[in-house]
Design a protein around this ligand. Structure first.
Ligand SMILES: Nc1ncnc2c1ncn2[C@@H]1O[C@H](COP(=O)(O)OP(=O)(O)OP(=O)(O)O)[C@@H](O)[C@H]1O
Ligand SMILES: [Mg+2]
Length: 226
């Protein structure tokens, strides 16, 4: 039994007349990898954004490490995201003006780590993700798969306690997708980071410890058939 690190309870969120979440439940333990599956428009990304403190739910509670995320101010939540959370999205979302090395070092720089130390750590993570040779290139000069590995390095560089990944392999072919997934999971296991992984693909979800399915803004646990 793992202690719960992050949980969402009775989460509701409506955009205009569109209900995105209608009583969703979620828990992830320290170091646990949970996949969120479900059809397009079912509320997966909204759930991830609420859990990460990016979107405020209309009602419900989100607890992280003993605290109440829903009771925090915007400033407190951004500070928490910078110090404790890592993010990987479908299309890298790297800063185009920065080199790959500067992109990976950026979360550390935002936490006031000095440039030299930040870049040393960034280089170590780029080596682990097998993209050290891209340090001086800009995101416009690399492939999609390389970009996602840079994005994974950037997510892990602060040694987050939770990595939020929304379709991290969604824009990659299956070979590159598997490669990025393996590297992400290995890095998360090594650093004991929990992972909240949104994916359409059951092959990608198979890397998780547990799967939940979201349908019409509601979630349920899936028993593994193994
Ligand atoms: N910022 C927004 N403004 C208005 N409606 C939104 C917004 N974000 C999401 N929605 C709506 O909320 C519902 C849930 O959207 P969400 O993005 O969470 O789905 P999803 O499961 O991630 O879908 P996909 O698999 O296509 O990414 C959808 O009906 C969507 O149109
Ligand atoms: Mg989505």
């Amino acid at each position: 039994m793992i202690d719960t690190l992050l949980s969402g309870h009775e989460l509701h969120k409506t955009y205009g007349a569109t209900p995105a979440l209608a009583g969703a439940e979620f828990t992830v333990g320290a170091g646990e990898i949970v996949a969120i599956m479900g059809p397009s428009g079912s509320g997966k990304s909204t759930l991830l954004h609420c859990l990460a403190g990016i979107v405020r739910p209309d009602s419900g509670t989100i607890r992280y490490d003993g605290g109440d995320l829903t009771a925090m101010s915007d400033t407190q939540r951004s500070a928490l995201r910078r110090s404790d959370f890592g993010f990987v999205f479908q299309f890298g979302q790297l800063v185009p003006e920065l080199t790959c090395l500067e992109n990976v070092a950026l979360p550390l720089r935002l936490n006031a780590v000095k440039r030299k130390e930040a870049e040393t750590k960034a280089r170590e993570w780029m080596e682990r993700l097998e993209v050290a040779d891209l340090a001086g290139k800009r995101p416009g000069e690399i492939s999609g798969g390389q970009g996602q590995r840079i994005a994974v390095a950037r997510a892990l560089v602060i040694r987050p306690r939770v990595v939020f990944a929304d379709e991290p392999t969604g824009a990659l072919d299956s070979l590159n997708g598997e490669r990025v997934m393996k590297l992400l999971i290995e890095a998360a296991r090594d650093t004991r980071a929990a992972v909240v992984l949104v994916t359409h693909e059951s092959r990608i979800a198979a890397y998780s410890d547990r799967e939940i399915v979201v349908r019409d803004g509601r979630s349920r646990d899936m028993a593994r058939a193994t």
